[in-house]
Ligand binder design. Sequence first.
Ligand code: ADP
Ligand code: MG
Length: 619
Amino acid sequence: MSDIIQLLPDHVANQIAAGEVVQRPASVIKELLENAIDAYAQNIQVVIKDAGKTLIQVVDDGAGMSLTDARMCFERHATSKIRSAEDLFSLNTKGFRGEALASIAAIAHVELKTKPQDEEVGTCIKIEGSKVTSQEPCVTPKGTSLCVKNLFYNIPARRNFLKSDAVELRHIIDEFQRVAMAHPSIAFSLFHNGGELFQLPSTNHRQRITNIFGAKTNEKLVPVNEDTEIVKISGFVGKPEFAKRSRGEQFFFVNNRFIKSPYLNHAVSAAFEGLLKEKTYPSYFLYLDVNPKSIDINIHPTKTEIKFDDEHALYAMLRSAIKHSLGQFSVAPVLDFDRDSNLDTPYEYKNKQAEVPKIEVDRSFNPFESELNTTSIRSGKSHNFRKENTQSWESLYAGLNTAPEADQHQFRQVEFESEEVTGKLFDDDHSGSEAGTFQLQKKYIVSTLKSGILVIDQNRAHTRILYEELLKNITIAAAVSQQLLFPLQLQFNTHEIEMLKEIKESLEQTGFIFSNIEVENVEITGIPTLISESEVSILLEQLLSDFENEVPDNGFSQTDLLAKSLAKGMAVKSGTLLNSTEQQHIVNRLFACKEPDVSPFNKSVFVTLTVDELDKKFT
Ligand code: ADP
Ligand code: MG
């Protein structure tokens, strides 16, 4: 038999290695940022187009490379960071594998411009699919600029595998934030399609966090500091009352490297025990410094897990350090000497007279007209059930403009013995039994059927009703919105803003009107008639957290997720007292739904008990 084994050509080997290192544009950003940091850059600028699919450029003012190094850096296993295996145990750099640039150059069009401080001219090298296409001297400032175009141009399968721009951009922002948070003394900026997403000046940890997550964040932070032989812990945890509904703001950095650690996360949760509301997660930004020898640094380039020598001790220290800080914070207010004066009221404002706010009045608004035209009352709040009038239930459905009569025709699945809805609805009837329904434990609505009884979970039923209505609004007919007299100002961070922009159109179909969407300043001038102003921020926060956890991939699942999330937030909760009119209304609406038997989350909405079944129980 003849020999058949051959060594792979370099460019093929590189392409295979690239599959490991570069999964998506965000991985390129991470590698290039880390290289710039390893080169002692003080200013790093990132420019991307089309979420990095078309262009990723990272410009730094670091050490730069000599002509020979500029050629060498694209070779596999070419690195200036370690020389021998021992160096692996005292690693202070981000990179050490010498794989990133070789991998990136194998799967994209790359242009490198670089110049060390003491050289007159720099070097410009163009390389495509591992082949150098041009190399010439060039005029360029001290430092390195790496331009990566058309990522995966020669691997169509990988390119097609990329998600929508919105999703890829979210990954990029994640990576960017993680690196920026670990290195507050370095200035970073990020531009996407010509627009500025981040401009982060050189500063301390606290202000870097505030610059990324919004000025409001500053007052939420409790400092954590602990210095022991095996670990130095610094950073911040969020005050318990600001705990979020998502895990979005939880960060561990070990030796300035972002890591994920369910085990340490557990230690933080343990420290917060008893302080948090249900289903909320504390924010934390924790920096651990350990001896490089005590961790397994041979971590995979794309992995964020890490192995510690002494995990148990670390757990105990982390928990007690946080507990201690939380305890201190609750007895004494924290003085913050590092506060960024830019975030305070500007000096010249201090002596200014307060301006009287201008009130704008819609003169064409006629309250009587609108009440005649629509049966809805706009000022109601969906949690106002205890109000002793019938207006409260109406607000549940206001703006959904489905005539009650129309619903009657759709009662196919279940036949009711309850009275005709129209007319009866407007009575102030609280006895319940007369209307054929009653509420059990403020949780279930019980109604009679010809053949038995029906027990409905009020929360799930209402979620189903709202879900279908919202879906209809988003896909077919836009909902009416209630105009706010004073626009609502909300604050979100860059990450959340990107998600919000993504779903803005669908949200507007449900009745939201955004007059401005910018970091730190989201202005809302109209909201769906179904919700009250005070609920808006919590609904949107929940919505964004759902989006963060699920990352819908296409338009359909996005709409679906949006409707589910809003419906969940708006539906009456278990434990809410409903009067008979409200009960009836839920029953009627439910059976006008396309799928009344299951909630949008696939849980049963009601159970029936037939007379036959009852008879059996009495035998
Ligand atoms: P690694 O970072 O693991 O060493 P890379 O492939 O990322 O491997 O980079 C190879 C080498 O190129 C680095 O070791 C470094 O010497 C050089 N290099 C890469 N990026 C830069 C940069 N922005 N500034 C200066 N040198 C750089
Ligand atoms: Mg590197």
